[in-house]
Design a protein around this ligand. Structure first.
Ligand code: KG4
Ligand code: ZN
Length: 357
């Protein structure tokens, strides 16, 4: 079967064609028009600007996705779209477009939760996911979702059977990266900027500074699976203010990689510790990672080492499927299609607050 998927929940206009053949997933196209450069000028997303750009891009992006997949409307069996959560004005563009296309081409429509998309974004990398044997080997799963808006640990007992195990009580992990990048003057989006800066830390010579740059690992020893990143961001701000008084401009620039590295490690320590603790409690056979922050190489490595240590499988998405994209919506849609969980285009509205769990 071929699924045409649409995603427009935030600042990426995306369309994709996903093919599912005897339980194996293949992403035939994954087309994204990113608005990042435009929003970077403002240091964050302006919803009205995002919505206007979605309107301009959505139809050409869908056409491109079909073309890149070397297919056409006659061969599309289902349409999937992100129904929420996200910015309402952004979501609406994708949802209204999907509804219209579903009606015009007479193709069943599926709505997918954005978080479920991130959660299942690994699917095209794991062969025979559908076989009974594989299912026995991988379930229950513990999923770590780390994006700009969400940080959640989700127990996946089976597809479509999710339970919230823990989440951030304040800022999402990606949001913390973005805010810390702003404090350090590294621009938007902050995640890639922080991780690039952290890589410059190796072998750096800054006399007497290394010892001073220590940050907390909030809630790491607490018995639950909740997290908090707002205090960590504030700790970076105080540290930066203190160092700004103490050091000259040149030396201040020099310590940036140390701060970026320490911040990144603090976030990763918390995420990995909590995820592995949850995996142990729920006797998980595998861990899955998803969301924009899953592009972070140090996070992937740390989780890989920790999972290997306890003999648990780790599934991570292809780098192209870490940030917002429509392929992940097509992948997750498959399980709704299997259950004939279709939605009537005339009764469907975008839901900016839609919670998966
Ligand atoms: O999933 P996503 O594309 O959008 C939301 O649904 O929120 O996630 C975006 C977030 C941003 O906060 C961005 O800074 C972060 O993912 N991010 C990263 C990296 N690449 C993107 N964070 C850490 N390291 C990265 N390499
Ligand atoms: Zn996202």
């Amino acid at each position: 079967m071929k699924i045409l998927a649409i995603e427009s929940s935030c600042d990426e206009t995306a369309a994709s064609v996903v093919e599912v053949k005897s339980g194996d997933f293949e992403v035939l196209s994954n087309t994204i028009a990113s608005q990042v450069k435009i929003h970077a000028k403002y240091g964050g997303i302006i919803p009205e600007v995002a919505a206007r750009l979605h309107v301009e891009k959505i139809l050409p992006i869908i056409e491109t996705a079909l073309k890149e997949a070397k297919t056409n409307w006659e061969k599309i069996n289902y349409i999937a779209v992100t129904g929420g959560p996200g910015l309402v004005s952004s979501l609406m563009i994708g949802v209204e477009t999907a509804k219209t296309l579903s009606y015009v081409h007479n193709i069943p429509l599926v709505r997918v939760n954005h978080i479920e998309g991130h959660l299942l974004s690994f699917l095209d990398r794991s062969k025979k996911q559908e076989s009974k044997k594989t299912k026995k080997q991988v379930f229950p799963m513990v999923g770590l979702i780390v994006s700009g808006g969400h940080t959640q640990i989700i127990l996946v007992e089976d597809y479509l059977k999710y339970k919230l195990v823990g989440e951030t009580r304040d800022d999402a992990a990606g949001e913390a990266f973005d805010k810390v990048a702003k404090i350090l003057g590294l621009g938007y989006p902050g995640g890639p900027a922080i991780s690039a800066m952290a890589e410059k830390e190796q072998g750096l010579k800054v006399k007497g500074q290394r010892e001073k740059i220590k940050l907390p690992r909030p809630m790491i020893d607490k018995g639950n699976f909740d997290m908090s990143f707002s205090g960590l961001k504030t700790a970076v701000r105080y540290l930066w203010e203190d160092l700004s008084k103490e050091l000259n401009k040149k030396d201040l620039e020099k310590v940036k990689p140390l701060i970026a590295k320490e911040f990144q490690e603090a976030v990763i320590d918390v995420l990995v510790t909590k995820t592995l603790k949850a995996a142990s409690k729920y006797k998980a056979k595998s861990v899955i990672l998803g969301g924009g922050v899953s592009a972070n190489k140090s996070l992937r490595e740390a989780l890989d080492v920790a999972a290997k240590n306890v003999g648990i499988k780790l599934f991570v998405p292809d780098f192209k499927l870490t940030g917002d994209n429509a392929a992940m919506i097509g992948l997750a849609a498959y399980y709704h299609i299997k259950k004939k969980d279709f939605i009537d285009p005339f009764k469907f509205k975008a839901d900016p607050q839609w919670e998966l769990v």
